[in-house]
Write a protein that binds this ligand. Structure first.
Ligand code: SAM
Length: 190
């Protein structure tokens, strides 16, 4: 393998974060879940960096705390039991290098606790504000169910309206994939 694969929305999201983030950076995981993205961010920012991670479920915090502790990364992360729509209360404007969203529900748990467009919208707008110039916001969306399809449609509309003087926005879609396949958006602040 040459280090680049056209494989999945998740793969492209993590490939982009791995290329962008450097030791000492600050990152936000807006949807902590089981902590796999939080761990990746902690590894990329290193000992001098910092990661804020949000989730509304206590179980997500516990799973992530265990994963980060076992990996020796817990000191790099601040795990926050609160909705990502309150991100601005914890993180200042223009201070963050990357924000990641992995929308939907926690795999293997109650599907009713999932992201919803009303709060996703507020959170993505705040994420764009907290980014430093050049910083990136990476969002994976799962339109294979009704709420996910709504998130995809409204997110597309909102991101397409961002002024190009402030943000460049890329939508990655596998055009020969089955309907409902995940998609990835990357917004970079100018
Ligand atoms: C697809 S999972 C995230 C998976 C995670 N990135 C990982 O690596 O395991 C989506 C998560 O978003 C969380 N969530 C739902 N609404 C939220 C909100 N308003 N703020 C923060 N997290 C939320 C859910 O509890 C769930 O854990």
């Amino acid at each position: 393998m040459r280090g680049f694969e056209l494989r999945s929305a998740r793969f492209l999201a993590s490939d982009c974060l791995q290329r962008y983030l450097k030791p000492g950076d600050t990152a936000v995981d807006a949807t902590m879940g089981n902590g796999y993205d939080t761990l990746m961010l902690c590894e990329l920012v290193g000992d001098e960096g910092h990661v804020y991670a949000f989730d509304v479920q206590q179980q997500a915090l516990e799973n992530t705390k265990k994963l980060l502790t076992e990996s020796g990364c817990i000191g790099r992360a601040q795990l926050i039991l609160d909705g990502h729509e309150h991100m601005c209360s914890y993180v200042s404007e223009n201070t963050v290098d990357a924000v990641v969203f992995n929308l939907g529900w926690l795999p293997g748990s109650d599907k009713s606790v999932r992201t919803h467009w009303e709060t996703t919208k507020q959170a993505v707008l705040q994420a764009l504000e907290i980014l430093k110039p050049g910083g990136i916001c990476v969002i994976c969306v799962y339109p294979g169910h009704d709420e996910g399809a709504e998130e995809l449609a409204k997110l597309t509309e909102m991101l397409a309206d961002l002024p190009p003087q402030r943000f460049n926005v890329l939508r990655q879609t596998f055009i020969n994939a089955s309907p409902g396949s995940p998609e990835c958006f990357i917004a970079q602040k100018q």
